[in-house]
Design a protein around this ligand. Structure first.
Ligand code: ADP
Ligand code: ASP
Ligand code: MG
Length: 444
């Protein structure tokens, strides 16, 4: 039987009571052999995630030379978890002392941040009586920061072969310099996917605090409909555009092995969850739109030049300016004489935008350059959109009825999505309007 790899997010592991639920889930199916775990998340709204406390420790250690006050909060959290789990023989105090010392010695943001996963995995492995396999020994990055697949998969096989229960900390591995390196935030989802691919899992179960992937962010629309089945492509679009129930990069390892993902709720394990299928296994579900997601804080640089389309190399010259500054762009909608670049505002720190505008002006001499700031993008995603006439009419009617000014439109060439750019202030209103247009009658 192929194993099931389970990843448990911080929201599932916030305290001892939750960790007991997780242990029960793992023990309830003998195929659930490998658990990838996050650091403890928030216990209540307003609480601080352990990973955030650790980043704070790093800042304090570098700025003030001491992080003992914040580390005391982390110590308290793990000590009470171990107490709640009734693990009196487990020497958490010694492990915490050692960790505090290493944080002080290493002075590395990645090392410090990774300790939440490390400590939690040590505790959970001991509680389950399973092997603790440190991610530093099995997940490796190459010199460019990408996953070193060959080495990683070989080491995972070596460490997990013949092992009937292992707990692995998510979120980090070893960089090409031999030091601990983390993925971006929420990266334990990627670790779980890597382990699933390495052991050729039957299924990658991602356990969180919602009963599946929802058709839109539950913090914006009250109780949105749940998605039962979704394709990898749709998932990638939605998670990239902000549906952060799964890290946007977590599909790549499992996709290569055609391994399905299931999103499950730790607090309602009986709920069926959402099944995420590789394209080969996915059949159209009969719905037009599968889901809606979005993100705030983009900047649009709009260029206009007569006969732009006849000017060979125009787009290349514009993009070369971005490349020289190592800036990614998200979208590049274009017309006959116009071209827009949509860029995440976080890349355009103090002065960078002015430099870009000057260099673009020098490179292509546009007739006109305009900048739109504080733009949000909302993506409406679904395989069904390509075959249903009137989808965009329905979408734009809903936006117009909600009095939302559309500043940019981009329809992916796959016809899998329509992305609109609107003012940041209209973001929530826009998500609600699109949701009600496509799911309104069915929603509660
Ligand atoms: P974990 O701690 O398990 O990794 P995350 O906080 O990363 O959990 O992801 C789960 C959260 O994602 C949910 O609690 C929910 O608020 C949020 N979320 C945003 N968009 C969606 C969506 N489309 N479907 C489900 N949850 C979503
Ligand atoms: N603990 C890390 C974070 O908060 C990684 C994760 O939870 O996936 O981002
Ligand atoms: Mg997460």
């Amino acid at each position: 039987m192929k194993p099931i790899v389970c990843k448990f997010g911080g929201s599932s592991l916030a305290d001892g009571t939750n960790i007991l639920k997780v242990c029960e889930i793992l023990k309830s199916d003998p195929n659930r052999k490998y658990a990838v775990v996050s650091a403890p998340g928030k216990r209540y709204s307003g609480d601080t995630k352990v990973t955030d406390l650790l980043y704070q420790c790093f800042r304090e250690a570098t700025e003030k030379g001491d992080c003992s006050e914040t580390f005391a909060k982390i110590r308290k959290r793990f000590t009470s978890i171990v107490e709640e789990l009734d693990m009196s023989g487990f020497h958490i105090a010694e492990i915490l002392d050692e960790t505090e010392k290493q944080i002080d010695e290493q002075r590395s943001a990645d090392f410090t941040a990774s300790r939440g996963e490390y400590l939690n995995a040590r505790v959970i492995a001991a509680k389950l009586g399973w092997k603790f396999v440190d991610a530093k020994d099995i997940i490796f990055f190459d010199g460019s920061g990408a996953l070193d697949e060959k080495r990683t998969y070989a080491e995972i096989a070596k460490h997990l072969d013949g092992c009937d229960g292992a707990v692995i900390p998510g979120f980090y591995g070893t960089g090409s310099d031999g030091k601990i390196k983390t993925f971006s935030r929420g990266g334990s989802d990627i670790s779980g996917s890597i382990v699933a691919r390495a052991v050729n899992a039957e299924l990658y179960e991602n356990w969180t605090d919602v009963s599946g992937f929802l058709t839109c962010d539950p913090r914006i629309v009250n109780s949105p409909e749940k998605i039962e089945v979704i394709s990898f492509k749709e998932l990638r679009e939605l998670s990239y555009m902000g549906a952060n129930v799964l890290h946007a990069d977590s599909i790549f390892p499992v996709r290569k092995g055609d391994i399905p993902i299931k999103i499950k709720n730790t607090f309602r394990p009986q709920d069926p969850g959402t099944l995420i299928l590789p394209s080969k296994q996915y059949v159209l579900q009969g719905n037009i739109v599968t889901g809606i997601a979005g993100k705030k804080d983009f900047t649009v640089i709009f260029l206009e030049k007569s006969m732009m389309n006849a000017e060979i190399g125009f787009a290349r010259k514009v993009l070369s300016v971005l490349e020289a500054h190592k800036i990614c762009f998200e979208h590049m909608p274009s017309g006959i004489d116009t071209l827009s670049l949509v860029i995440e505002s976080k890349y355009l720190t103090e002065g960078v935008l002015d430099v870009l505008l000057k260099e673009i002006d020098e490179a292509v001499h546009p007739d006109y350059i305009r900048v739109l700031e504080n733009i949000a993008l909302v993506a409406t995603v679904g395989h069904g959109m390509a075959s249903n006439i009137g989808t965009s009419a329905k979408l734009f009617r809903a936006l117009s009825e909600a009095d939302i000014n559309v500043r940019m439109i981009d329809q992916g060439s796959s016809e899998l999505n329509i992305i609109v750019g609107i003012d940041n202030d209209d973001y929530e209103k826009c998500v609600r309007a699109v949701y009600h247009a496509f799911f309104g009658k069915k929603s509660k």
